[in-house]
Design a protein around this ligand. Structure first.
Ligand SMILES: Cc1cc2nc3c(=O)[nH]c(=O)nc-3n(C[C@H](O)[C@H](O)[C@H](O)COP(=O)(O)O)c2cc1C
Length: 190
C-alpha cells in the first residue's frame, strides 16, 4: 500500500538555494505553506513564531542591507563577497524568515518554544516539497548577525530560526545516506 504522506517523509531532500529558480509558489500555495507551518505542536498555544516574507524586489532591497551589514560586521569582506551578499536573497523567488518568539510562560519553557519554531520551519519545507517545489532551511551568517537582527526588526525575545528558501528546483540532488536506525534507536532498559 502506498501512502503519499509517508512517501513524502521518506524521500524528501533539501534542494540547495543555489539550485532554485522561478517560478515560486502562487499566493494560494504560499498560504497553504504558511497554514501548514502554523499546524505545529505549540505548548500552551503561545504562537512562538512569526514569518517575514521576501519576494520580488524586497529580496534585492534586503540584499543591499545584507551587504552593508556585512561591511560593518566583517573585517575587510572584499568586493566579491559584498556582491554575493547583495544577491543572497535572489537565489530563490521566495525566502521566508522564520522568527522564533519566546514568550515567558511557566508552563512552556523557552526550549519548547524554540523547538516549535524549528517544527514550523520543517512544516514549511514539507508543504513546499509536497507542492512540487524545492526548499532549503538555512541560517548562514545572517541568521546570527546583530545587524541583520536589527534590520529585521526583531525584539529582544526573538531570533532567526531559519531562512527557508523556496522555488522551482533547477536540479534535484541525489539521495544522501541517512543514519542507520540501529545506531540511534534503542529500547530503554532500566
Ligand atoms: C537550523 C538549521 C540551519 C541550517 N543552516 C544551513 C546553512 O546555513 N547552510 C547549509 O548549507 N545548510 C544548512 N542547513 C542544512 C540544510 O537545511 C539541509 O539539511 C542540508 O542541505 C541537507 O539536506 P537534507 O535536508 O536533504 O538532508 C541547516 C539546517 C538546520 C536544521
Amino acid at each position: 500500500m502506498t501512502n503519499p504522506a509517508i512517501d513524502l517523509l521518506l524521500t524528501r531532500r533539501s534542494v540547495s538555494a543555489n539550485s532554485l529558480t522561478d517560478p515560486g509558489p502562487t499566493a494560494a500555495e504560499l498560504e497553504m505553506m504558511l497554514r501548514s507551518a502554523t499546524r505545529v505542536p505549540d505548548h500552551k498555544k503561545l504562537v512562538p513564531w512569526r514569518f517575514l516574507l521576501f519576494q520580488g524586489e524586497a529580496r534585492a532591497a534586503f540584499g543591499k542591507i545584507l551587504a552593508a551589514t556585512c561591511r560593518a560586521e566583517e573585517k575587510d569582506p572584499g568586493a566579491f563577497r559584498l556582491e554575493n551578499e547583495e544577491k543572497r536573497f535572489l537565489r530563490a523567488p521566495l525566502v521566508i524568515a522564520v522568527i522564533s518568539r519566546v514568550v515567558k510562560n511557566p508552563g512552556a519553557p523557552d526550549w519548547e518554544q524554540i523547538l516549535s519554531a524549528g517544527a514550523a520551519c520543517q512544516n514549511l519545507i514539507l508543504a513546499a516539497t509536497a507542492l512540487g517545489y524545492g526548499a532549503q532551511w538555512i541560517t548562514e551568517w545572517c541568521g546570527y548577525s546583530e545587524g541583520v537582527r536589527r534590520a529585521l526588526g526583531l525584539a529582544e525575545n526573538e531570533r532567526v530560526a531559519g531562512f527557508v528558501y523556496i522555488g522551482t528546483a533547477k536540479e534535484r540532488p541525489d539521495d544522501r545516506e541517512r543514519p542507520k536506525l540501529t545506531d540511534i534507536v534503542a529500547p530503554w532498559r532500566p
